[in-house]
Design a protein around this ligand. Structure first.
Ligand SMILES: [Zn+2]
Length: 350
């Protein structure tokens, strides 16, 4: 039995002919959705855990907005997992959002080439492994079989085989099912070469069909947790929205920083000036540029759902799962606003 319910609010919001008309129609729908979600119940538990810091090209993360005056080719991304628990008609469910298997994700062709050309002593300085997903679960006192769902906003760099298991490999989380937008699943099975460079080879190969829940459009998973289709970065991209006592957290990798959603305030080199002369309200994270017009709409949608941060209301309450963080080796990349961490509610032991 599943209690996953469709969300109708965004249906048709991207149908206008004008590109900015689509932005405004989606913004309006996002305001309605925000009100509805805030009027509803909260999730039981939400907590972030830092997994690994990795370098990522500034030309993708901040596109043309980042100034190259100082020849800084990379930004430093703090990648993290979120543990979320929520009530449903069939009891409390535990969800891992963005549980990257970073020991395997390095096989993604783009990162494989980067590692191969980078001397080991440099790799050791720019890749910081902090913890792993099984360690996070164990440290919370949860058992592997307590994990009901895993989800990623999209499947770039992900290898889910260890978590879900294959015929050759037992599952780390034997009861977990992957929640994935059907378009993300279908495209990962049959990739264009430009997109394939960012997907872990065989990252979803050999996984039993009953481990996958493909959803369409946007869905409510239970009390206070929604998956909202936010296409653009990839066709099947979605954002994870969680209602907490700090408002609605919105998580994805559409932007590499909260600065990307309020670029006029950014302290990253060149970003605020770029936003002003372009008149843009977001900076898209575009490594593959599947559809930048849709990604722009999706980022406006995300920041509208998120609303103002309680930590600094000038910024939206988005929580990037890979967040640009300051690093001495990459000058000019310190963001104006860094979320870092959040911890709400108390853990339920199934
Ligand atoms: Zn991506």
């Amino acid at each position: 039995m599943t209690s996953i319910q469709p969300i109708k609010t965004f249906e048709g919001s991207r149908k206008a002919h004008g590109q900015q008309a689509r932005v405004e129609d989606t913004r309006g729908a996002a305001e309605d959705f925000r009100k509805a979600m805030l009027a509803g119940p909260k999730a039981r538990y939400f907590r972030s855990f830092d997994l690994v810091k990795v370098p990522y090209p500034s030309r993708y993360g901040l596109r043309n907005a980042f100034s190259h005056e100082r020849l800084v080719e990379y930004i430093h991304l703090q990648n993290r997992v979120f543990v979320v628990q929520f009530d449903t008609d069939s009891g409390v469910k535990t969800l891992l959002v963005s549980p990257s298997d970073h020991e395997r994700g390095g096989e993604t062709p783009f990162f494989r080439r980067l590692q191969d050309k980078m001397p080991q002593f440099i790799t050791n300085r720019v890749v910081h492994r902090q913890t792993t997903v099984p360690e996070v679960v164990a440290a919370l006192g949860l058992k592997p079989e307590d994990i009901d769902y895993i989800t990623y906003d999209h499947l770039h760099t992900q290898d889910v085989r260890r978590w879900l298991g294959t015929h050759e490999m037992p599952a780390t989380f034997p009861n977990a099912k992957l929640l994935v937008h059907w378009q993300e699943w279908e495209s990962t099975l049959d990739l264009n070469p430009y997109q394939a460079d960012w997907y872990c080879p065989n990252g979803i190969a050999g996984i039993a069909d009953d481990k996958i829940i493909r959803f369409e459009g946007s869905v409510m998973l239970g009390d206070g947790v929604a998956l909202v289709h936010t296409p653009g970065h990839t066709e099947g991209n979605h954002s994870i929205v969680v209602h907490t006592d700090e408002g609605l957290w919105v998580t994805s990798e559409n932007g590499v920083s909260v600065d990307a959603y309020a670029p006029h305030l950014s302290t990253a080199s060149g970003v605020a000036d770029y936003a002003k002369y372009l008149g843009t309200e977001v900076i898209i994270n575009g490594n593959t540029l599947e559809n930048s017009v849709d990604q722009y709409i999706s980022m406006v949608q995300e920041k509208t759902i998120a609303g103002p941060s309680q930590r600094d209301p000038r910024f939206p309450n988005v929580f990037p799962s890979s967040e640009m963080t300051r690093f001495w080796a990459f000058p000019g990349t310190k963001p104006a606003f860094y979320v870092g961490e959040a911890h709400h509610g108390s853990l339920f032991s199934p």
